[in-house]
Design a protein around this ligand. Sequence first.
Ligand code: G6P
Length: 366
Amino acid sequence: EAVELGVYEDFMMKEIHEQPEALRATLAGRLDAEGRVDLSETGLDLRHVNRVVVVACGTALHAGLLGKGLIERLARLPVEVAVASEYRYADPVGDENTLVVAISQSGETTDTLAAVEAARYFGGKVLAVTNTRGSLITREADAVLLTEAGPEICVASTKAFAAQVAALDLLALELARVRGTVSDDELLSLGRDLRRAPEKVAAALALLEGKTEAAVELFEDARCSLFLGRGPAFPVALEGALKLKEISYIPSEGYAAGEMKHGPIALVDEQCPVVAILGEGVLREKTLSNVEETAARGANVVAIAREDDAAADRVGRVVLCVPDAPEILRPLVWSVPLQLLAHDIATDRGLDVDKPRNLAKSVTVE
Ligand code: G6P
């Protein structure tokens, strides 16, 4: 069926704004008002899982990295995140208690399908997280968890990413429940937090509407750019850098902020803007000091921070504010300014954000 643009100038902007609905639909029927998760639809018995491997490509891989953080923290299971094109030839290690989570918006990515096949050799159970009903991966996998983002037209993924993150959050809560690694009260409280995903992402969109201009200006003469974060902000930084390079063609690297001193800091000057997701708690302090080092070397810093974060004004030439949100929702909320920034930088350069050069929505060749 034809998908209409409506009031939006392009599909990317439309899909960025469809994230609250994508999240709502993905959580619906799987998370009740008390915060109880129900993934019985997958038919998977998760009790014997002793290891998780995520295989994916591109944006889906970044969703997988966020899933790893949460599954390890809540369910205390080791999680490996593998680039599908590598995994397929890696003769991977595992057994029948390995849960292989294959994430793919299209469900048709050749490398991800081949990675699933590689996991078959050691008897891994495969859960496909996909946005496409009836896609190839749904036929290859043992179980399916559909993301309900609706059709995504723009090559650069936004709402499908948000839905993948929500699906992995559900999986992390379910694994923690089955393994008894988190108390019932705590689990319900996390579940109720997760239910607020649509509301918090909508709040971020409202807060950031029309606020990117000053940040876009910092990219006018950019040669390259760095996206920094730590902990859960690190995969978000990787995704922010991917988004920007995909549609603006500005070489962009996502880096763990603490690792920057081991290389990328050499890139820093006035023409290499730094986008820093400050985060919360102890990692916020650490990130701040990493980012201060780039500012001291002349970097124009765009800080992604909470509205009331006074330190953000100190390091950032520009601050893009996000609403306060429960911990489990922060990666989704931080993603919003990065998506808008990439979109606005690319459109400022007169580029077609929906159809970037050399890229395909779904890569069905090796
Ligand atoms: C292509 C798309 C990306 C996507 C990746 C994986 O590179 O341009 O946006 O993240 O494929 O696609 P999949 O459908 O497997 O999620």
